[in-house]
Design a protein around this ligand. Structure first.
Ligand SMILES: [Fe+2]
Length: 148
């Protein structure tokens, strides 16, 4: 049984492309490529659980076992209670919350509204996403959205 649906694949592809774009502005191609791969596999945990709260842990554990360099980013993404800090985790959370379920770039507000519709505005999913957005929203910008 897998919960990694076609929509999850579209979302992951969108996150990968956005992470690549932002990373390339900051660092070299190799790093941007690493961030692309991180975006592609960040929701791997949905292969085993349908829970928004559990999937980072499931995915992170699988990738830790395989010796994947950024398993901690997968393990801690989308979790406001996480004590782990890294630029890569912030970038993953940023992209994750700017890409909707169809892989399109949307505003933080639209993404949060969608989470509210799906899980309820009193759900831990909604509350945690709101906290993460506040923490990372000014840390990155999308190259195509930059004012000149
Ligand atoms: Fe996720």
């Amino acid at each position: 049984m897998t919960f990694f649906t076609e929509a999850k694949a579209l979302h992951s592809f969108g996150v990968a492309k956005l992470m690549y774009k932002i990373a390339l502005e900051k660092r070299d191609h190799q790093y941007a490529h690493d961030m692309y791969l991180l975006g592609l596999i960040h929701d791997l945990g949905y292969a085993e659980t349908n829970s928004m709260l559990e999937h980072p842990i499931k995915g992170g554990e699988v990738l830790k076992e395989k010796g994947y360099k950024y398993w901690k980013e997968v393990y801690n993404h989308g979790r406001a209670d996480s004590k782990y800090e890294s630029d890569e985790l912030d970038l993953l959370n940023f992209a994750d919350l700017r890409i909707n379920a169809f892989g399109e770039i949307v505003s933080f507000e639209d993404r949060l509204r969608d989470i509210g519709v799906r899980y309820g505005i009193h759900s831990p999913q909604y509350i945690e996403a709101g906290i993460i957005i506040e923490n990372i929203k000014h840390k990155f910008s999308i190259p195509s959205e930059k004012e000149d």
